[in-house]
Design a protein around this ligand. Structure first.
Ligand SMILES: [Zn+2]
Length: 426
């Protein structure tokens, strides 16, 4: 009989906790490989039919209670493993994960499977997508900007019984293909979904909106990527305006090029703001930063960012450097700011938020940091409470201006609002 499971781990030391986790992950991989092997055999014998299931997927979801995605991956791996049994060993010892097997499955052949499986060992999902794009390049997808159909209403009872089906509004003339850009597909999507009349009846249950489509950024071939996302009307308008303003420089109005130009400007602006990067750096001012000030002079920001390569500088005991390039902060590494450390390049380095927090904990203790974080949170909440306006009353000049302004049709921020557009390949 199995020992009862224990989920209270608070008594474990950090070291014991990590060792236990490593051991569990190893066991999980072995069990996953065994599950996949069993699924392969059940699938081959078509035993799911005895349980009133029309397919292996239905059996996994309906009888084994796996999630759709989990069932799909395991069945895909099981069928791949029947063709190439080496996959099971690789799943068991962690050389391949399930996502890797699913990505590789359709490309594996008798001739290439040895080399392709070896090339995927210990690679992340993203790495494997790049690997496959390199070895099995796909053609570019056409650029497209199209109108999405209106979303389903969340609360159907408010809709009249005879309300017309919700369909996409008529095509906006500005979205039609431009004569000078024949290769660019820019068109609203044809209305594809209608709400069944029952969903609009007063007695109909609450209808949940469909989940917004997930953004896609996937490699197609070496140096080529497919981008697909949903944008607001406001973003669509900005895109159109940028394309129009670039008309002389880019007569074809290529969307990918417009996006690239926009991102180039954005990245330059953000680097300038965060790391004071500039093409024409000014000589540093002779006056040192005010003592006790957190201000870091621009030339110091530039020097630190350049020296650290815009990447977190934390290095683990095994020599692995943290790869983070987002949410970077300037960390006083030799002498902490609270102990009088100055904002010089020698004393500063880049750290991601997590490793900045770790360094602070190591300097001042975990309890001290937790107390300070709790105090700061409480202070913020008190401030919010003090500032909270009574309903319908704007508290700041900006809020008052916003309330005075009529709502703009392009300010929707959610992906499934009526003013959403899919931006990407068809
Ligand atoms: Zn880091």
């Amino acid at each position: 009989m199995n020992a009862p499971l224990s989920f209270d781990l608070t008594a474990l030391s950090d070291r014991a906790l990590l060792e236990a986790l490593t051991s569990l992950v190893r066991r999980e991989r072995e069990v996953t490989a065994e599950v996949v092997a069993h699924l392969a055999e059940v699938d081959a014998r078509r035993l799911y039919r005895d349980h009133a299931c029309p397919s292996m997927h239905a059996y996994c979801v309906g009888v084994l209670h796996l999630a759709d995605e989990a069932a799909y991956k395991r069945i895909n791996a099981a069928r791949t493993a029947r063709r190439f049994p080496a996959v099971l060993e690789m799943l068991a010892d962690g050389r391949l994960h399930l996502s890797a097997v699913c990505l590789l499955a359709q490309h594996l052949t008798e001739e290439n499977h040895g080399a392709l499986l070896d090339a995927a060992v210990h690679r992340s999902k993203r790495d494997i997508e790049e690997l496959l794009a390199e070895r099995f390049p796909r053609p570019d997808v056409p650029a497209a900007l199209r109108k999405l159909p209106s979303p389903l209403p969340r609360f159907a009872p408010s809709a009249p019984p005879e309300a017309p089906p919700l369909v996409a509004p008529p095509q906006a003339p500005s979205l039609l293909p431009r004569p000078e850009a024949p290769s660019l597909l820019i068109a609203p999507e044809a209305p594809s979904r209608r709400i069944p009349p029952a969903a609009l009846a007063p007695s109909a249950p609450v209808v949940a909106p469909p989940p917004p489509p997930r953004p896609v950024l996937a490699p197609l071939a070496p140096e080529r990527y497919r981008l697909q996302l949903t944008i607001s009307r406001q973003t669509r308008d900005r895109l159109e305006e940028a394309r129009d303003l670039l008309g002389h420089q880019m007569p074809a109005g290529d969307l990918a090029e417009v996006v690239d130009r926009a991102l180039e400007l954005l990245v330059r602006e953000l680097r300038k703001r965060k790391f004071a990067e500039t093409r024409t750096p000014r000589a540093p001012r002779s006056a040192p930063a005010t003592e006790g000030s957190r201000h870091i002079p621009h030339h110091v920001r530039r020097e630190v960012a350049l020296r650290d390569g815009n990447q977190c500088t934390f290095v683990a005991e095994d020599g692995r450097r943290c790869p983070a390039r987002r949410r970077l902060e300037f960390h006083h590494q030799r002498v902490a700011f609270a102990k009088g450390g100055e904002g010089s390049a020698d004393n500063l380095c880049l750290r991601c938020t997590a490793h900045h927090g770790l360094a602070t904990e190591q300097e001042f203790g975990r309890e001290h940091v937790a107390r300070r974080v709790a105090e700061a949170r409480l202070a913020r909440e008190r401030l919010r409470g003090a500032k909270a306006p009574s309903p319908g009353v704007a508290s700041t000049p900006r809020e008052r201006r916003r309330e005075a302004k009529p709502p703009s049709p392009g300010t929707a921020r959610t992906a499934s609002t009526p003013s959403s557009f899919a931006f990407g390949p068809t």
